[in-house]
Ligand binder design. Sequence first.
Ligand code: SF4
Ligand code: FES
Length: 234
Amino acid sequence: MSTVTLHIERFDPTVDRKPHMQTYVVEVAEDDRVLDALHEVRWHQDGTLAFRRSCAHGVCGSDAMVVNGHNRLACILLIKDVGHEITIEPMRGLPVLKDLVVDMRQFFDQYRSVQPWLHAEPPPPGSRERLQSPEERARYDDTTKCILCAACTTSCPVYWSNDRFVGPAALVLAHRFLFDSRDEATAQRHDILDGRMAAWGCRTAFNCTDACPRHIKVTQAIEEVRRDILRGGD
Ligand code: SF4
Ligand code: FES
């Protein structure tokens, strides 16, 4: 066992006028994750600390936060990889509800704005499947991995300065359906994406790609969406 010092941004809107940092020292095991240290604080030192987590295994996307200046999932980040002096803040660009919990409503509204579902007529009579070749499936495989953690969107400087920009995550999901060979709404999708608040808002800062815990090539996906718009989907 060893100790780790956590500097955590605290904000309770019912009593605080602005956020402040609070320091905790906790005992951790060699292979503990940042989430384990946060649990240690909440369960044994300070039950008022608010943060989200659900699966604790990098699947649900609920515990994205800023750790030592970078957007990360606390449940898959080993303490030994970040050091024993750790600063933890809420994701930037979304309103803070309490401590590390941000209001995700704007993020999910932007996600829904790109219509992240398949547009397709019912299959022909007698057929129950819409067939797709392995090559066609591979075309959008990378963007199926998104867990909607918002790490990309909240690391984007364009998003920080303009919350009308849909953000990288919405564009990743747009890519996932735009390049699905079964989808029949290419023109409609282009109309939604062809603007400065969508595909053309990206300034290729690459923060999103660096932040993604699923290692999705976010910037590349956005670039592919743009090229598809310019080509007219052919
Ligand atoms: S693209 Fe990556 S960082 Fe962005 S929401 Fe999806 S999983 Fe999270
Ligand atoms: S708690 Fe589910 S991804 Fe971390």
